[in-house]
Design a binder for this molecule. Structure first.
Ligand SMILES: Nc1ncnc2c1ncn2[C@@H]1O[C@H](COP(=O)(O)OP(=O)(O)OP(=O)(O)O)[C@@H](O)[C@H]1O
Length: 435
């Protein structure tokens, strides 16, 4: 059997190598397929959880050398916190280590030895947790994460074929005793399900493929709907409520997923509790959802109002303010503020009693009234505010510049506006496939 995924770029391919049957066979097949044209590096993660782990790392290094592959190993530091799942801790650490070792090896392709039965088990475990199509879709065949392509070339291969290959090639592998430990759900499944349904793998893997297709289709429909109904800051709830229930929950889930991992109960509550004109809030992991003027908004959890601090906005560009989860955008243009006034600013939260003036010639009014008039929702009224060295208000996040701060027309000037993080370009995100 040959590895069916070939590297996209680069001269180095890495293989996630536990030393077990499957990854030993994959390492062997990858070295064969590379045929000296590419360097193959075996990557081992030492979880530090079992007494045999040192021996396994030594075994892996020796096997890699005997196959003509390079070898790298990372020992995970720390330990799971009390109450944390050992599996989840090991998995997260393994992912980080495999990513970092792949990058350090100069590769962008990482091969994992998951096969059809692993996929079938993932499907069943997800179903037992009540997962929707995204979870039931199981592991993707390949997925880019932070510049590394995680590929599973044997995801459609039956386990028996891999075992036959390993035996035929006379390979040696490790049997991990924890694979028999019934405290882990996957092991219990292996011990009870496969003896009862020995041919079940094919159907379950096929069901996972259907789920993937359904998931991808739902994501496409959500994109089409959100292009009409939403911006990163606001989802039109009135228009959402006119969609069919399934389509509305699909679009809502997709919009919320850009801010949080929405539990099914949140989607249900939002759709059933909201009615036209309602102002309401719903707690969610990491923040709050707010219905305001028939739009849904997200606010990330703010532990406390950030402390006042000096900022310099005299140079055009994007000035990120992580403590306020947003950024000032400074651009040449009128109306604006004289650049030298922007060099020594104090950024702080609303203290109460501030006055804001919309336009030259209009009357300054309380910040609260100005926010109401601008339709700035209550949870976005905390700030930040910018004051000059003389303590005069220059700009307010969400409202813009105070007209009293405008420079004369013939003066060089910079315009200042605020953007929340949700409206800023995102850096490349992590995908979700389990490994
Ligand atoms: N400690 C590890 N170091 C490096 N890669 C690992 C490690 N554990 C798992 N992997 C990768 O993830 C895949 C799936 O992990 P899983 O725990 O199902 O496999 P395993 O039983 O440890 O070993 P194998 O799949 O090689 O028989 C492995 O085939 C391997 O590619």
């Amino acid at each position: 059997m040959a590895a069916s995924a070939t590297p996209r770029t680069g001269d180095v391919v890495t293989v996630a190598f536990s030393g077990g049957l499957d990854s030993t066979a994959l390492l062997h097949a990858a070295v064969r397929a590379a045929a000296g044209r590419q360097r193959v590096v075996a990557l081992h993660v030492h979880h530090g959880l079992q007494p045999q782990a040192d021996d396994w790392a030594a075994h892996c290094e020796q096997v890699a050398a005997s196959l003509g592959a390079g070898f790298a190993c990372t020992r995970l530091s720390g330990a799971p916190q009390r109450g944390d799942s050992v599996e989840a801790w090991a998995r997260a650490g393994r992912h980080r280590a495999l990513h970092d070792m792949t990058v350090a090896a100069g590769a962008d392709l990482l091969l994992l030895a998951h096969h059809r039965r692993d996929q079938a088990e993932t499907f069943l475990l997800q179903a037992l947790r009540g997962a929707g199509p995204a979870g039931l879709a199981g592991m993707p065949r390949q997925q880019w994460r932070d510049g590394v392509c995680w590929a599973r070339p044997w995801l459609d291969r039956p386990r028996e074929a891999i075992q036959a290959y390993a035996e035929q090639q006379g390979l040696r592998w490790i049997e991990d005793p924890s694979n028999a430990d019934p405290r882990f759900a996957r092991n219990r499944l292996r011990q009870t399900f496969w003896p009862a349904f020995p041919g079940g793998e094919t159907g379950l893997a096929q069901a996972a493929r259907w789920a993937r297709e359904a998931h991808e289709l739902a994501a496409e429909i959500a994109q089409v709907d959100l292009a009409v109904l939403a911006s990163p800051e606001r989802l039109d709830l009135a228009a959402l409520s006119r969609l069919s229930p399934a389509r509305a929950s699909n679009a809502l889930r997709a919009w919320l997923s850009t801010h949080t991992t929405p539990p099914a109960s949140l989607i249900e509550r939002l759709l059933s509790e909201w009615h036209a004109g309602a102002t309401a809030s719903w707690p969610a992991p990491g923040g709050m959802c707010h219905a305001y003027r028939d739009g849904l908004h997200w606010s990330a959890e703010v532990v406390a109002t950030p402390a006042a601090r000096p900022v310099d906005l005299s140079v055009p560009g994007l000035h990120r303010q992580p403590d306020w989860q947003g950024a000032w955008v400074v651009e040449p243009g009128a109306p604006g503020i004289a650049a030298e006034r922007l060099a020594q600013l104090t950024q702080q939260g609303r203290a109460g009693g501030e006055q804001f003036q919309w336009a030259p010639g209009s009357v300054p009014r309380s910040l609260k009234k100005a926010c109401q008039a601008a339709g700035l929702p209550p949870w976005r009224r905390a700030g930040p505010l910018l004051f000059d060295v003389d303590g005069r208000l220059l700009a307010v996040a969400g409202l813009g510049m105070d007209a009293r701060a405008f420079a004369r027309q013939d003066e060089p000037q910079l315009s200042v506006r605020w953007l929340d993080d949700s409206a800023l370009p995102q850096s490349e995100g992590e995908g979700g496939g389990p490994a």
